[in-house]
Design a protein around this ligand. Structure first.
Ligand code: SF4
Length: 689
């Protein structure tokens, strides 16, 4: 094998665009510079402020460089040696499993981990811990769009086309996505007429020709209304439907009663705007429909995405070059993170854990008996909700996640974490969750290690190591290998990313997400490879649906869906909707970006955004401290009054503790994704309090 050298060309540590960047200089002397790469199509020379400043955590003094542990429960976290830390974790794991069974210990992973780490974590849970209790924070992010795409197309690959195809589209409908704020370089690909569906006039909506200011939790009804218009006004592509789909008759019947006036009553979007949206999409030569978290993070997220896939199919978009449906993935490795086995119900290669053939294949790669592999475990919120309860896990190992801030009903989740006998957090900063841990394991960061990431297009990229890590930190792979060894199952747990990737390739071979033909050299040579790539001489698959869909009959499936209201409707006690989202300066729970001076200066604190009419009714002006209360808790922040958000809705960014103390953990029945995007709240001015 050719060695992989320390290099300068790598990728941003944050979102799923995975912008290419060069990292030059030395971390130790603080001389690090970051510049954008032009050879990566996703960013093509652009970066957002998060990317430009990403080096600060590598050079700054806020990172962890020694393991920490508490000498006694409730005592302070104190530096310990690596042997002490790992021995202590392995000993506690053994004790808990001996006393309460294997499922007494759980693993919680992250959508920002490299493919190698995601893969190794799934194997570690099933082979070393032999627990079924593993899931990851991507369940909060991607699972509804994934389930809907699997149901319709037989495959979930966020964008089933290169991102540059979006620039070919003459019209784009973006449902519940705010790329101008979350991933600004994405904007270079939005060249056609833009239509945005969102309860707020976001930065993205401000750039749109048409903004559908939908009532939170009613996107599904909007999708049904748009499909009704498309069919009744003669825009359905009959030839495409006949040749490439199944189930149209049932889908048509399901929207028969969704005449535009009814859709307007439910969604708040005027009939004329809905008609115009359909006309713009249907009369464009090439058109795309994209969904983001706004459509997906609902207790009916799978059906909501399905409604928009049905619309895309009726207009004949998926599987045509320059047209289609895609999901704009959020987390850095949100795509790869869900392909390699850190999900409760999956094995590597996007295989189902209860499929006997999948179990046999993966068990053979892992050198274990298939009967030894546990079955499916609890989904992310259900896992967090069960911590420390009778029959629930008593120990939790967290890798690259900060659920104290990012989980729904976060106050309750924090209580569950506090009820554990063992909480271990592997991270490079002392996040809110790490601060609660019994043992904290300090890790290497993105530019200090090799690894692959799969971006929102399904393009597998190489994150090269550009810097030597400081003494005292270890990679997650080394941590997992060290624990597996102490648990007597160390064989087959390498700390070398390339060795792990080569095993991942074998484990994924023959699966939907087949990486077997992808090597580090190929990725470097070809600037990324699209999966599936089942052989080294296979070109990869940029557009998997052009010649047919990977369903048994090769056709995409319409799936009829029904609108239903949010799990929690507004009432006299909680009369307004709360919706949450991201800001340009911060990423996810903010554990990293809140520690970067320039980003903190740009967005130093949370706020509550409300419409001027609502603010006047409540006697609130900008800058007032307000309290927002839901059935699960309350949060205080300064008011921002304007006209961007709907008059019946308040908005809070979720990068700080607070917003998710309010959110509703009601789960989608299929994807088990919580309803982050809508709950009922009341709002009051706190005076000086
Ligand atoms: Fe690019 Fe996303 Fe990083 Fe910004 S945060 S530089 S958009 S990868």
């Amino acid at each position: 094998m050719a060695p992989v050298h320390l290099g300068e060309a790598t990728h941003c540590p944050y979102c799923a665009l995975q912008c290419g960047m060069y990292v030059r200089g030395e971390a130790a002397g603080g001389t690090l510079t970051i510049t954008p790469r032009h050879d990566i199509p996703a960013n093509g020379g652009g970066l957002c402020q998060k990317g430009w400043t990403a080096g600060e955590l590598l050079t700054g003094g806020v990172r962890l460089t020694t393991p920490l542990a508490r000498a006694r429960r409730g005592g302070p976290l104190e530096p310990v040696s690596w042997d002490e830390a790992l021995d202590r974790v392995a000993g506690a794991v053994r004790d808990l499993q001996t006393a309460h069974g294997r499922d007494a210990v759980a693993v919680f992973g992250g959508g920002g981990l490299t493919n190698e780490k995601a893969y190794q974590l799934g194997k570690f849970a099933r082979v070393a811990l032999r627990t079924s209790q593993i899931d990851y924070n991507g369940r909060f992010c991607m699972s509804s769009a994934a389930a809907a795409a699997n149901r319709a197309f037989g495959m979930d690959r966020g964008l089933p086309f290169p991102i540059t195809d979006i620039a070919e589209a003459d019209a784009v409908l973006m449902v519940g996505g705010n790329v101008a704020e979350t991933m600004p370089p994405f904007l270079r690909h939005l060249r056609g007429t833009l239509i945005v569906a969102d309860p707020r006039e976001t930065r993205t909506a401000r750039q749109a020709r048409l903004h559908l200011k939908v009532t939170p939790g009613t996107d599904l009804a909007l999708g049904l209304g748009l499909l009704h218009i498309a069919i009744t006004e003669g825009y359905a592509d009959r030839d495409y439907i006949a040749a490439r789909t199944t189930g149209f008759t049932e889908a048509r019947a399901s929207v028969a009663a969704w005449w535009p006036e009814r859709a307007e009553r439910v969604t708040g979007v005027p009939v004329a705007a809905m008609r115009e949206a359909v006309r713009l999409l249907a009369t464009a030569d090439r058109a795309m429909i994209l969904t983001g978290r706004g459509a997906e993070q609902q207790s009916k997220g799978v059906d909501t995405v399905t409604a928009f896939i049905n619309l895309a199919l009726a207009l004949g978009l998926p599987g045509r070059e320059g047209s289609g449906y895609g999901c704009v993935t959020g987390q850095g490795n949100g795509q790869g993170g869900r392909e390699h086995g850190q999900k409760a119900d999956q094995l590597p290669g996007y295989r189902k854990i209860d499929d006997p053939a999948a179990r046999a294949h993966v068990a053979a790669v892992w050198g274990v008996d298939p009967a030894e592999l546990p079955g499916p475990g609890r989904s992310a919120y259900e896992l967090l909700d069960a911590l420390g309860t009778d029959g629930g896990p008593r120990g939790l190992l967290v890798f690259g996640s900060n659920p104290v801030v990012s989980a729904p009903r976060a106050g309750h989740v924090t209580e569950r974490l506090a009820a554990l006998d063992l909480l271990v957090v592997s991270d490079f900063v002392l996040s809110e969750t790490a601060a609660m841990a019994d043992v904290v394991l300090p890790t290497t960061q993105w530019a200090e290690e090799h690894g692959t990431m799969t971006n929102l297009e399904g393009r597998v990229l190489l994150r090269r190591q550009a810097l030597t890590p400081p003494p005292g930190v270890r990679s997650d792979l080394a941590i997992v290998a060290g624990l597996a060894t102490r648990l007597g199952r160390g064989e087959g747990f390498s700390d070398d990313p390339r060795t792990v990737f080569d095993e991942l390739r074998r484990a994924s071979a023959g699966g939907v997400a087949d990486y077997s033909g992808i090597t580090y050299e190929r990725i470097a040579r070809e600037t990324g490879v699209f999966w599936p790539a089942p052989a080294e001489d296979h070109p990869g698959t940029p557009r998997p649906f052009l010649d047919g869909f990977p369903t048994p009959g090769g056709r995409a499936r319409f799936v009829p869906v029904e609108h239903r209201p949010p799990a929690e409707e507004i009432d006299d006690d909680y009369p307004y909707y709360l919706t949450t989202g991201r800001l340009l300066a911060h990423y996810q729970s903010g554990a990293q970006t809140r520690r970067i001076a320039a980003l903190n200066e740009a967005a130093p604190e949370p706020y509550v955004e409300l419409h001027a009419d609502l603010a006047e009714r409540l006697g609130i002006v900008s800058g007032d401290l307000v309290r927002v209360t839901s059935r699960r808790g309350s949060a205080k922040a300064a008011a921002r009054v304007g006209r961007a958000v709907r008059h019946d809705t308040v908005f809070m960014p979720f990068h700080w503790e607070g917003a998710n103390r309010l959110t509703n953990p009601a789960l989608d029945p299929t994807s088990r994704m919580p309803e982050f995007k809508v709950c009922a709240v009341r709002v009051e001015r706190c005076g000086d309090g």
